[in-house]
Write a protein that binds this ligand. Structure first.
Ligand code: ZN
Length: 297
């Protein structure tokens, strides 16, 4: 007997990846759809899944890993709805509006929770019980997965906005966050780096700048350890591709932890503990398929 079919969406700020896959994760078909506005994007998403269902069979469950902020509380009446996103047209848009017509259960998570789940299942977090995945790019966010379940409180975590020790003599940049100024995202995200230095960290190629950004990210890394005790920390996103940043983050995190947390997971030098993602560009859609598998029950 054939496997049940999963519909998956990786919803990013510039593009959606929609895919139909079997339960074992084999992708049968996929499409790239510009995010634009919901009025432009959602009909193309519906058309893709209509055609996919006609070609392969009925879709039994949907998994969505999306940009946010978005309501990911399954008990909420607005589950799957974008909340305060500044992206024009998306505030109030709901994934159920486009996927509800297929009559299948829908699981919606944040993009970082989806990527965390994908990496836990078949990437750099394979074999771990608890994994924290952090993206450092246009924004900064962390997803924590324990035994295949993304954690949350009344909403998803906002690790990008933690306050930091900020020494204005070492780093006179005031910060880029419209809410907090010099929170983590305000000091270390891609746009903050571009505003401070006029280029990306990779293009700057300055070891002192690498160490400065690493020192900020190490505050988050240490807090992830202290709050969640993950078996591994995965750091991805465009900024993390800067040469030397992951080694600098390992050094800064180890210094900040100061030997307080002793566990076999936390190796000297943190080379096994702090790692890059293994799935690359497929982390998001892999996670969305994993969410779709949860939708199947
Ligand atoms: Zn902030």
């Amino acid at each position: 007997m054939g496997q049940r079919l999963i519909g998956a969406i990786e919803a990013g700020g510039t593009k959606f990846i929609a895919a139909i896959a079997t339960e074992d994760g084999t992708i049968l078909d996929r499409a790239r759809i510009p995010t634009l506005t919901p009025d432009e994007c959602f009909p193309q998403v519906a058309a893709f899944f209509d055609a996919a269902a006609a070609a392969h069979g009925p879709i039994a469950g949907f998994g969505v890993a999306s940009f946010g902020p978005i309501d990911i509380d399954p008990t909420s009446s607005t589950y799957g709805t974008f909340t305060t996103t500044p992206k024009p047209g998306w505030s109030g848009a709901r994934f159920h509006d486009v996927l509800g017509r297929f009559g299948a259960p829908i699981v919606v998570e944040t993009d970082v929770n989806g990527a965390a789940l994908g990496e836990w299942q078949s990437g750099a977090g394979k074999g771990c019980t608890t994994v924290a995945y952090t993206t450092v790019g246009t924004g900064i966010g962390s997803g924590v997965v324990r035994a295949g379940k993304p954690l949350m409180g009344f909403s998803h975590y906002e690790s990008g906005h933690i306050p930091l020790p900020h020494d204005p003599t070492a780093d006179p940049f005031a910060g880029h966050c419209p809410y907090h100024g010099d929170c983590l995202e305000g000091l270390a995200s891609g746009p903050a780096i571009a505003a401070r230095w006029g280029c990306s960290l990779s293009d700057l190629g300055d070891p002192a700048a690498i160490d400065l950004i690493a020192s900020y990210l190490a505050v988050l890394a240490a807090n992830l350890v202290l709050l969640h005790m993950p078996d591994r920390l995965i750091f991805g996103g465009g900024v993390m591709k800067s040469p030397g940043l992951i080694p600098a983050l390992r050094r800064a995190t180890e210094a900040r932890l100061a030997g307080y947390v002793k566990a076999p997971q936390i190796d000297p030098g943190l080379e096994r503990y702090i790692v890059a993602p293994a799935l690359g560009d497929d982390a998001g859609i892999t996670g969305a398929i994993a969410l779709g598998r949860r939708a199947l029950g």
